[in-house]
Design a protein around this ligand. Structure first.
Ligand SMILES: Cc1cc2nc3c(=O)[nH]c(=O)nc-3n(C[C@H](O)[C@H](O)[C@H](O)COP(=O)(O)OP(=O)(O)OC[C@H]3O[C@@H](n4cnc5c(N)ncnc54)[C@H](O)[C@@H]3O)c2cc1C
Length: 411
């Protein structure tokens, strides 16, 4: 039966891109967001970088690359304003022995790629418009995007109804119809639900075994100097500095699993300045007293750093009657129509749109945009299956609906 109505829970990049992917296919979507506006949590930073993090031909690099090319191409179709989407390129600096070895390995592995160049420190300086001390990997098509503008652009669709100030905290399935509840009141019904509310997914009254972790991050906003205004590209080490947007740079970012405070922490500003020192001593000298603000939000990361994207199984049924390890994926107790799109960690603006497209393909029975092997790594049931001792089955999972095509992973 063709899906007509869907509910997406969570109005960050994962929810907005999921809603958009379904709306583009003619499905009526209700997007539920607990805050007063969408993109108010992790997807509300002033700028988000789009770049891949590669180490060679491992599956994490394959997924990172597939997501990067997908997002860049997708965002180009959205007619975003130049002030909201800037393909300015990125330099990943070989700032210590380990990173230098990594970028050299990656450059050798992708030697024939036209989307990546190894550049010397002099070449990197010429590209950046400021002096840099390290050789670098140059991604000419890397970009930054304004997260709120992007999410609004995706959610303002004739087939999407946005309901803000709506905290969806319970889900039931009755006669093939999902009922979404807020404070014990049924507020929406549909035949498909995508849960895209990041760290809150585990509080939906479903026994999901997601193994996600909340990781606090703070970006610092820095007033540009005459010299730093010349920065043309994103520069990246273990932190990053974006070209100035309206006379301010975005400098990031910290990571903490212990600190759960939403308030700005001056120590985090100092930690970001320490990252700037590594990027460029000259820019550090210019900008060290120029922090004008910042923003704190919380990433949602899975135990293996891959997103959780796919159809969910009934965990109670799995636990009470675990399948044999040679069982076929199709025989698992899938909850038809219930999907997850969460755990995008530090790179949701590259990974979430591809995951959204993957889910839309599953829902509409279309050829998925990722090979089975990669889609399987995203399967949201993998941690539960591993816990039940079904590692091999977890590995072979894609979803109940995958068909097994193998498209190229790079564009
Ligand atoms: C400091 C920092 C810097 C970052 N820099 C980058 C970067 O440069 N590039 C990049 O790609 N990524 C970056 N990230 C990561 C990126 O921000 C996240 O991966 C991405 O925003 C996750 O999107 P999401 O939609 O999964 O989650 P969120 O944006 O958190 O969205 C979840 C939404 O669900 C809503 N919600 C929660 N519970 C409910 C409920 N019960 N009912 C209704 N709504 C609910 C929330 O209010 C929220 O709006 C950064 C993150 C941090 C913290």
């Amino acid at each position: 039966m063709r899906t007509k109505m869907a509910i997406v829970i969570g109005g960050g990049i994962a929810g907005c891109s999921s809603a958009y992917a379904l709306a583009q296919r003619g499905i009526q979507v209700t997007l539920l967001e607990r805050r007063a506006s969408i993109a108010s949590e992790a997807s509300g930073n002033p700028q988000a970088m789009l770049y891949p993090r590669l180490s060679g031909d491992d599956t994490a690099s394959q997924f990172s690359l597939a997501s990067y090319h997908y997002s860049l191409n997708f965002f180009k179709t959205l007619d975003l304003l130049p002030a909201d989407f800037n393909v300015c390129g990125m330099l990943q600096l070989g700032f210590n022995t380990r990173e230098l070895a990594r970028i050299q390995k990656v450059a050798a592995y992708f030697a024939s790629a036209d989307w990546l160049n190894y550049v010397t420190a002099d070449q990197a300086s010429a590209l950046a418009g400021i002096a840099l001390a390290h050789d670098a990997l140059y991604f000419p098509q890397a970009a930054w995007v304004n997260p709120q503008s992007l999410c609004l652009r995706l959610a303002r669709h004739k087939n999407i109804l946005i309901k803000t100030l709506t905290n969806a905290n319970k889900l039931l399935k009755n006669n093939d119809v999902f009922e979404v509840y807020s404070n014990d009141q049924c507020i929406e019904k549909a035949d498909v639900v995508i849960i895209a509310n990041a760290n809150e997914a585990q509080n939906m009254g479903l026994d999901l075994n997601l193994r996600t972790q909340s990781i606090r991050g703070q970006v610092s906003l820095v007033n540009a100097s005459a010299r730093s205004s010349a920065l043309n590209t994103i520069i990246c080490s273990d932190g990053y500095l974006c070209p100035a947007q309206q006379t301010q740079h975005c400098l990031g970012a910290t990571f903490s699993t212990e600190n759960t405070d939403i308030a700005i922490d001056v120590l985090d500003h100092q930690a970001n300045l320490a990252r700037l020192k590594v990027l460029s001593m000259t820019l550090y000298d210019d900008l060290k007293d120029q922090i004008s603000g910042g923003r704190v939000s919380f990433r949602c990361t899975s135990a293996d750093y891959f997103p959780l994207a796919g159809e969910l199984c009934d965990s109670a049924a799995l636990k009470s009657k675990p399948p044999r390890h040679n069982a076929q994926a199709a025989s698992l107790p899938w909850i038809k129509g219930l999907y997850l799109n969460i755990a995008h960690g530090s790179r949701g603006f590259t990974s979430a749109p591809l995951c959204a497209e993957l889910l839309a393909c599953f829902i509409c029975d279309e050829t998925p945009p990722l090979p089975d092997a990669l889609a399987g790594l995203l399967n949201p049931n993998r941690f539960l299956l591993r816990k039940l001792g079904l590692k091999r089955l977890a590995k072979t999972l894609a979803t109940s609906a995958t068909t097994g095509m193998t498209p190229p992973i790079s564009g």
